[in-house]
Design a protein around this ligand. Structure first.
Ligand code: 3UK
Length: 540
């Protein structure tokens, strides 16, 4: 057999033109993979072949636990159901929808085994957003947690490509559990090319239509063999947990494929609020935690009297980690957070802290397997200390599904993440802002996150967001939206105290001329501050 295993060549037919591909580099010896590789065979079959079949692979917070062998058997039965009953052929796009749970994970592996393409969606998406994704990916099938079926039902009339929907987390006779129980526990994984598309991850784009990023079976495995292997350095005895949805590649990596690549186990949490995560850590004793900066901050502020001693390694990504949050967490747990920047386009983290090498306020250094630099607007490398566009390349890279925005993200073989960065004298990469979010006030360039980091150091501040607000005299001014900790009163005195604090800690011209006190800040499901909404609030 030669060539792709995909019978349905939809994804292959909608790859970006070759000259708009990122350069892929395979700098490490472990990144040499066979021509044919199915990531489910690698991950589940691999663990079983290494003698780890009877170790726990997946747990849920209500006490369920599956060994690698049990997870594989589940996935095999569901794969058989996909092929026999639902008519899935290799290359079909299967929408996958549910909170993080063992069944969600088993369904993901079933899709991989069948050689189909997983299109996982964030649990909170509504019918309109689901319609956009189903339409763009021309999904033919859906596997959906019964508790999230309503919005998918609402979307269906507008989704003519979506022929078959099967529900899981249900006792119904036509549900995935009942129907797959009758299937054999073995399945011959489709022998995909390593480069065949395995998943399409949609960006949580704040503006415009979401972009579908394609990742191959090789991308998934290469991501496992870079940052987790060289930076995180977890062991088979580690228990991973955290908040990012499996539909977000931060979660798919950190909470599913990274632990399974090394024979460790993952504890999946359906509603991972900061408060719930504290309970989970106390009760289930996980050792490796993945969540976003805002969640670390909320957990640290609520950590008094909590037993968090099981934790060994804590990973933050999604947005910049303020130095003050790093310190709060260190004070609460003794642990230095591993901050790393990743993106949906790159699949996972490519610049990161180590766990023994920490620079508060910086993101980190390039992860083994990746190269990174800072470029000017013409694509020329900038000297250290100068702010420019972050550029990165490695074994994974951006391939949008049929999208002209490919030419924005990939230029000259580099992936341009849209972030403004500088590299300091010691080679640390220091985040400034999203390129589009830089505030220009009275001729100065001001990065909102730097002002936020300063405000977060003030004892009264629980959370904050800083954006540009229109101003007659100066064009734009720096405006801060501030959530106060309980026991602190908003008002003119507090405003002045916060302004004085910023002026004393960073260049005074960056201080927020306007401050508005709010109850909470608008954030995405992945913990990112929605600056466009703050800007709308600031212009209103
Ligand atoms: C920002 C960060 C500063 C940055 C992601 C880890 O966040 C992820 O993917 P998205 O596509 O967003 C990517 C953008 O988010 N960002 C992420 N991490 C950091 N900024 N410091 C950080 N540590 O603007 C980046 O371009 O939602 C993160 C793994 C997988 C992911 N998909």
């Amino acid at each position: 057999m030669t060539g792709t295993a995909h019978v349905d060549t939809f994804a292959r037919d909608r790859q970006p033109p070759r000259d708009q591909w990122p350069e892929l580099v395979f700098d490490l010896p472990e990144l040499r993979y066979p021509e044919r590789m199915n990531c489910a065979s690698e991950l589940l079959g691999g663990a079983i072949a290494r003698g780890q079949g009877d170790r726990v692979a997946i747990r849920s917070t209500d006490g369920l636990s599956w060994t690698y062998r049990e997870l594989e058997a589940r996935a095999n039965r569901i794969a058989q159901l996909l092929v026999d009953d639902l008519g899935v052929v290799p290359g079909n796009r299967v929408l996958l929808r549910g909170p993080n749970s063992p069944m969600m994970a088993a369904c993901w592996f079933a899709i991989m085994k069948a050689g189909a393409i997983a299109v996982a969606t964030m649990p909170l998406l509504r019918a309109k957003e689901l319609t956009d994704i189903v339409t763009k990916a021309e999904a033919s099938h859906a596997l959906c947690d019964s508790r999230l079926a309503e919005e998918l039902d609402l979307a269906r009339p507008a989704c003519p490509t979506l022929e078959r929907v099967a529900l899981f987390e249900t006792d119904a006779a036509d549900g995935v559990e009942a129907r797959s129980a009758a299937k054999p526990s073995t399945f011959a994984d489709v022998a995909t090319l390593a480069t065949d598309t395995a998943l399409i991850a949609f960006t949580s784009g704040t503006t415009g239509k979401p972009k579908g990023t394609m990742h191959s079976h090789r991308d998934v495995i290469a991501a496992c063999d870079c940052w987790p292997k060289h930076t995180l350095k977890a062991t088979p005895d580690d228990v991973f947990t955290g908040s990012p949805p499996l539909a977000f590649t931060f979660g798919l990596g950190g909470l599913l494929v990274f632990p399974l690549r090394i024979g460790a186990s993952t504890l999946l949490v359906e509603r991972p609020s900061p408060e719930a995560l504290l309970d989970v850590v106390e009760k289930h004793r996980p050792t490796v935690l993945f969540t976003a900066p805002t969640s670390y901050r909320a957990m640290a502020l609520a950590s008094a009297g909590r037993d968090l001693a099981s934790l060994r390694k804590c990973v933050s990504a999604g947005e910049a980690l303020p130095a003050a949050t790093r310190k709060l967490w260190k004070d609460a747990t003794g642990i230095d957070i591993i901050d790393g920047i990743g993106s949906t386009e790159m699949f996972h983290i490519f610049i990161s802290h180590g766990d023994d090498d920490v620079r508060p306020g910086a993101t980190g250094k390039p992860v083994p397997g990746y190269r990174a630099c800072v470029l000017d607007e013409h694509g020329r490398p900038l000297p250290r200390g100068q702010v420019g566009r972050l550029a990165v390349k490695g074994p994974t890279g951006c391939r949008y599904l049929d999208d002209p925005r490919q030419a924005n993200y990939v230029q000259g073989g580099w992936n341009l993440t849209g972030d403004a960065y500088l590299v300091d004298d010691d080679g640390w990469f220091v985040y400034q802002a999203r390129t589009d979010d830089m505030i220009v006030s009275a001729g100065y360039n001001i990065a909102g996150p730097e002002v936020e980091a300063s405000l977060m150091q003030h004892a009264a501040v629980a959370d904050c967001g800083v954006v540009a607000a229109p101003d007659e005299e100066r064009g734009m001014i720096v405006k801060a939206f501030v959530v106060l900790k309980p026991g602190h009163l908003p008002g003119e005195a507090m405003k002045r105290a916060l302004q004085d604090h910023v002026k004393a800690s960073i260049a005074p011209y960056k201080y927020p001329r306007a401050i508005e006190f709010v109850e909470s800040l608008p954030r995405t499901e992945t913990g990112k501050l929605q600056r466009f909404r703050l800007r709308q609030m600031a212009s209103a």
